[in-house]
Design a protein around this ligand. Structure first.
Ligand SMILES: *[C@@H]1O[C@H](CO)[C@@H](O)[C@H](O)[C@H]1NC(C)=O
Ligand SMILES: *[C@@H]1O[C@H](CO)[C@@H](O)[C@H](O)[C@H]1NC(C)=O
Ligand SMILES: *[C@@H]1O[C@H](CO)[C@@H](O)[C@H](O)[C@H]1NC(C)=O
Length: 643
């Protein structure tokens, strides 16, 4: 069965009628939006069916096809630093990798090989090399060390790990001792020469035979908010489906150059990155890692027409000073060919500022999960829907209604609210906040591969008996609301929302309000437990402009803090005004490799002055923020302060 088959049929039927009625539709019905989605959906469903039928589900065949088609063979597939690889050259190199892995390490069909590498052209080439011999990669986050690293490698059940020399220091003797049975190889320059000199014979089809759309292509690890990373199966069908839909949605064409410096070990740069590029026959321009200093420089150098962002990336780019031409002094912010910024996690408070400053025509935001099987999409050229995470035209909404729901959850247990008589859950009222869930149809084994060999973790993502007896839903863990115009708004992650004075506080809403203050570069908000108090008190970890805080005199600091208190009071309900501020010297310690905020560490440290590592704490007293120190903490612990 093709992935997404259920949604495809009604959409396919609906389109001719819609086109006939085109004259009656205005912009608000968002037909263009439906069509840009349809541009991806139909071809995607057809492709998956076709590829299974001809036993071509393995993405190696797609590269082979591009490499052997006259019009695409000499088009550039990969760019990295000063290297370029055409489709034909990439294919040739993938074959060399495949043969080398077979001969040197005896890698067989179905084997999993761990890759501990930073971004480069070879990351992608090695992936295709593994696929060429029917093996599969497990992408390891190269920043992992210690237990999380050994956990990820063990969870993959692999016998070989290839490590890039630049991250070899993380694979120390302890790790090697822990992973005694694993062969660990550094991809040294000598080894790279050996690979380049291996013959590029095409491995037999037998090695890639019998793969279905639901079979594993890659293991990718999701960094949960707590605990160890979980290995999620990314299937061929998901690469094809999401890649095709993404390419259709942002209208990617063969001439497009898509730049990313988001880590390829993460699903964004893989599923929405190089698999979309392969489907479109476009060019993948790869940055080593994210830095505000190199992002636009590289986008210019590669002549990128599309760039990718994840999490707080756009916020960091906005906070950085403009780059100036070293000769003319000209501001280079708008000197690029980028039409589209594509990604997920862009917050409403930076959306328009980002478009304005860098002169980006279209921002396309997607919503989806590595381990899930569905995505919703949003794209904007104007501020109409700024801040929504999903915007559905009426056509698409017809289809989506049957696929997703916003379900009432109990904020104390984080579980669906159930009718005591029937035991069923219920949809949240329009406009009200609930958890976004996707229905799992009977054939959903195809779509939801869940976590690799981890049934418990997989099951925890699924709930039953929600709208009907025996139905099954995939929990996204995201609290959202719909408005009357088909726009969906993201409120918070379940578990991040906290209760204070018997009210629910969404951390994203507080972060957005604090982030709107001109002195604030970034706000990460969470609830902290306090002795002798119920619920959790709001704390905002703030990265502040250095000239107004770190380099300012004490009275200037106090003035700023008074201003922040006024700002918070004017933009938030009383119960949501943060009680504590934590001025953070290094916010990057609280973000993931994909620039996503993490709260767990901050929450655990709370406001104990001994645990905040030199960051300064302030608290709200008589309407103003004042310094919070050990003495105040002792008073709180002694129960002598009531907030
Ligand atoms: C991750 O590793 C790279 C390469 O060693 C390093 O440059 C980077 O600073 C690390 N990032 C974090 C968040 O530790
Ligand atoms: C980018 O475009 C310029 C001007 O057309 C060209 O000279 C340059 O070689 C291009 N760069 C790349 C990496 O293709
Ligand atoms: C949708 O589009 C609006 C456009 O302004 C944007 O603000 C919002 O975040 C987007 N997200 C989704 C998925 O709709």
């Amino acid at each position: 069965m093709p992935v997404f088959s259920v949604s495809i049929v009604p959409l396919g039927v609906a389109i001719p009628a819609a086109v006939a009625g085109l004259a009656y539709l205005n912009a608000k019905t968002a037909l263009w939006y439906d069509l840009s989605l349809a541009r991806g959906f139909l071809p995607a469903a057809i492709k998956n069916t076709w590829r299974e039928h001809y036993d071509r589900a393995n993405n190696f065949y797609k590269l082979e096809d591009r490499a052997q088609t006259k019009s695409s063979a000499n088009r550039i597939f990969l760019m990295y630093e000063d290297r370029t690889w055409t489709y034909a050259q990439s294919y040739d190199m993938a074959l060399r990798y495949g043969n080398w892995l077979q001969k040197k390490y005896d890698i067989k069909k179905g084997d999993i090989v761990a890759m501990d590498m930073m971004n480069s052209d070879h990351f992608v080439l090695l992936t295709f090399g593994l696929w060429s011999i029917g093996a599969k990669p497990a992408y390891i986050n190269y920043n992992l060390t210690g237990k999380p690293l050994t956990h990820c490698v063990k969870a993959a059940g692999t016998t070989l790990m290839l490590v890039e020399p630049d991250v070899a220091d993380k694979v120390d003797d302890d790790i090697r001792g822990e992973l005694k049975d694993l062969r660990i190889e550094l991809l040294t320059p000598e080894l790279m020469t050996e690979i380049e000199q291996t013959d590029p014979t095409r491995p037999l089809d037998e090695l890639r035979q019998g793969q279905l759309a639901r079979d594993m292509a890659i293991l990718i690890y999701t960094s949960g908010t707590t605990g160890l990373p979980k290995a999620a199966v990314v299937a061929w069908g998901k690469l094809t489906m999401a890649g095709t839909i993404a390419a259709g949605f942002i209208n990617m064409k063969p001439g497009d150059i898509f730049y990313t410096c988001m880590p390829i070990y993460h699903s964004s740069a893989t599923i929405m990155g190089y698999s979309a590029i392969l489907e479109a026959g476009a060019t993948f321009a790869i940055g080593r890692k994210f830095s505000t200093k190199t992002y636009w420089k590289e986008a210019r150098k590669f002549n990128a027409t599309m760039v990718q962002y994840v999490g707080e990336t756009c916020r960091y780019l906005l906070a950085a000073p403009p780059q100036l031409d070293p000769v003319t002094g000209e501001n280079l912010d708008k000197k690029h060919r980028v039409r589209v910024a594509f990604g997920n996690g862009l917050r409403p408070d930076v959306w328009e500022k980002f478009r304005d400053r860098f002169g980006i025509d279209t921002v396309s935001e997607f919503y989806g999960a590595t381990e899930g099987f569905f995505a919703t999409w949003n794209s904007t050229r104007n501020p109409y829907a700024a801040g929504a995470i999903g915007r559905n035209g009426w056509l698409f909404a017809l289809v989506m209604k049957t696929r997703l729901a916003v379900i009432d959850v109990d904020p104390d247990t984080d579980l669906p609210v159930r009718d005591p008589k029937t035991g069923l859950g219920r949809s949240a009222r329009r406009g009200a906040v609930g958890e976004l869930m996707f229905v799992m149809p009977d054939d959903s084994a195809d779509r939801f591969q869940g976590y690799y060999k981890n049934k418990k973790a997989t099951d925890s993502k699924v709930v039953r008996n929600i709208l009907r007896k025996d139905d099954r839903w995939f929990r996204t863990g995201d609290l959202v609301s719909w408005d009357g115009e088909g726009r969906m708004y993201f409120h918070d992650r379940i578990g991040d929302t906290y209760r204070w004075k018997s009210e629910n506080v969404a951390t994203t809403e507080v972060a957005q309000a604090m982030g709107a203050h001109p002195a604030v570069i970034e706000a990460n908000v969470y609830g902290v437990q306090l002795p002798h108090h119920d619920g959790r008190a709001g704390c905002a970890a703030l990265a502040l402009q250095p000239d107004v805080y770190a380099a300012a005199a004490a009275e200037k600091q106090q003035e700023l803090m008074r201003g922040l208190a006024d700002h918070a009071r004017n933009s938030l309900p009383k119960y949501a005004v943060p009680i504590f501020l934590r001025v953070v010297t290094d916010m990057t310690a609280q973000t993931t490799g994909t620039n996503k905020q993490q709260k767990h560490g901050l929450r655990v440290q709370g406001v104990d002055p001994e645990k905040v590592g030199g960051d300064e704490l302030w608290w709200l007293r008589d309407g103003a923020y004042v310094k919070f120190g050990q003495k105040d903490w002792n008073e709180l612990n002694g129960g002598r302060v009531k907030l």
